[in-house]
Design a protein around this ligand. Structure first.
Ligand SMILES: Nc1nc2c(c(=O)[nH]1)N[C@H]1C(S)=C(S)[C@@H](COP(=O)(O)O)O[C@H]1N2
Ligand SMILES: [Mo]
Length: 166
């Protein structure tokens, strides 16, 4: 084998080894802090939900349009199930995003609508460039009067990275 072929071979193997990493370019982790009864960091202030743990929660789907997307099926755990996982006893949850938007939702309202933290749309993982890693979805089509319009649009928070319970 020529030296050139050996180098080509090594590059190909490297590319193959990296492929699974590239596919998960936006790792899914969610940090939860504030009024929570369960933590998993040394300082006992945060519960960091790994992708593996996130995926173990019951997955629900909501088929709806949003202001940005035509009727699609979103999948993810309910916000209520995440709050239960961290033993939250709070009235409000502030959602923090990668683009530094923050929005505070009344927990009872999100639970009334069965809002989910969607990680996929029509079976495809949400990329950061496409509302990912997590997009708070409500059944807008089922409650058009309550969940359509500019006030409601603000509740559809995308690029979520952290929750703060208050
Ligand atoms: N991550 C993230 N989600 C967000 C926002 C934001 O700036 N960042 N803006 C909210 C508000 S206040 C509204 S009205 C809509 C704005 O959507 P637009 O930026 O497409 O107009 O998305 C909501 N979700
Ligand atoms: Mo807004």
């Amino acid at each position: 084998m020529k030296k050139f072929d050996v180098i080509r071979c090594i590059l190909l193997l490297l590319a193959l080894a990296c492929a699974p990493l590239m596919a998960h370019a936006a790792p899914l982790t969610l940090e939860v802090e504030g009024k929570i009864g369960r933590t998993n960091d040394p300082d006992h202030t945060v519960y960091r939900i790994s992708e593996a743990e996130f995926m173990k929660l019951p997955i629900h789907t909501i088929t709806t349009s949003t202001r940005w997307t035509p009727k699609s099926t979103f999948s993810g755990p309910r916000l209520a199930d995440i709050l239960q996982l961290v033993d939250a006893h709070a009235e409000w949850v502030e959602l923090r995003t990668l683009d530094d938007y923050a929005y505070t939702v009344r927990v009872s309202e999100a639970e009334r609508y069965g809002a989910i933290l969607a990680y996929s749309m029509n079976g495809t993982r949400l990329k950061v460039s496409n509302f990912g890693p997590l997009f708070l979805i409500y059944p807008r089509d089922a409650y058009p009067r309550e969940l359509t319009g500019s006030v409601a649009d603000a509740k559809f928070v995308w690029q979520i990275k952290a929750l703060v319970l208050k």
